[in-house]
Design a binder for this molecule. Sequence first.
Ligand code: NBP
Length: 474
Amino acid sequence: ATARIAVTGLAVMGSNLARNLARHGHRVAVHNRSSSRTKLLIEQHGHEGDFVAAETMEDLVASLQKPRQIIIMVKAGGPTDAVIDELTPLLDEGDMVIDGGNAHYADTRRREAALRDLGLHFVGAGISGGEEGALNGPSIMPGGSKESYVHLGPVLESIAAVVDGTPCCVHVGPDGAGHFVKMVHNGIEYADMQLIAEAYDLLLRAGGKTPAEIADVFREWNEGDLESYLIEITADVLSHVDADSGKSLVEVIADEAEQKGTGRWTVQEALELGVPVTGIAEAVFARSLSGRVDQRKAVRDAFGASEVAKTVTDGLVDDVRQALYASKVVAYAQGFDQMRAASKEYGWDLDLGAMATIWRGGCIIRARFLDRIREAYDGSPELASLLVDDYFREAVQNAEAAWRRVVVGAVQAGVPVPGFVSALAYYDGLRSERLPAALIQGLRDFFGAHTYRRTDREGSFHTLWSGDRSQVEA
Ligand code: NBP
């Protein structure tokens, strides 16, 4: 029994994670349901480090130091439960089971509670960065008990991405906190990509630029506040020429965005928590709309394809940059708001500054910008919104005029920019002295006697709408 840690599930993510562990000097036991994958890993990469191949789950467990640490990297859902059921009878009190898959945080909460009853630690760890990240340094978001992190932290931190000497891995919070944070990360990724796509579409259709020209714009943007992995790869994708057609690849890719579901989960959970994550919701719906091919055709046939008025102005490129930045601030403000709400709901005590810190490297939304978010929450952990932090307030104020010009211009030109529009509406909504919610309350009271509160007196009131319309205290 000599291996430090184990990985079961050796498809692309599990194999790469095991290799990453081995390359960092950890003796790693490896196992897969069908042993062909285990053999392949050892054949191809066995020389990279110290692997112990296990044919069966019993062998895997027997090969580990105590307390045992076993990472599960299988398909999320039923397969994860199947592996847990197979594994738990073989374990001893204090052992740790780590789920590195994309589990729903509610499943993680359920599994954590069940394993806690058995005296085991269950750690739902969000792992971001895809296969490349798993191999070379992901962003890792482990939940579960503090006690488990004492053992697990050093190993996970050793294989995580590192930015400015700090590993992109921290104990996020109890039970499902890690998977929740990973889910919100993915939701923000949806919003970020939608905003980038809208900026591209504006420059293409209203600005009359070619994809190659837009690639240069994104390259330039990547030198400033927008610097991020997604902006960088946008330039790469836009400048790629398709060998078959000789066109820009983006012009021949089918315009139907797919989704695996974490964006949808983020929005579903936001609805439950009552947190307006409008940017993420618009991003999820924009993907859904793109996939409604028959409906798109029917409406196009009925109305004619929208003719976009070219609104090329000297300032368009810089206006779009500023609109993108301000909308992105809003998307992150919403995502962080959701984490804050969940933290309160579930008693997780999330350190939001630390979340920004561990997203600076290894993951898809890694960006310069996250340093500013970390500073904002380090300075005031109870920040009401990212928007009120001095740095972001100033950034949004500076961008506001350009942001409005872009939204107005896009609406007039007929380019759909749901992300930009909804971000601006969110900002305007929060800033309004009075909202028409007052009228909604009046209507609710009218048809359903749902009562309302007044601005000038304590208490709940109802107007006798179908009687003499006098007011009664409810
Ligand atoms: P997959 O999600 O494609 O799952 C394949 C693995 O699950 C294989 O090892 C397979 O074993 C195993 N498995 C299945 Br399916 N059913 C099983 C069962 N009933 N019992 C035991 N093992 C079972 O692998 P992946 O793409 O490497 O992803 C692994 C996890 O990481 C997933 O939760 C995924 O969502 C998450 N993730 C993936 C990425 C990414 O970029 N791909 C990024 C971040 C997170 P077999 O070989 O015997 O069929």
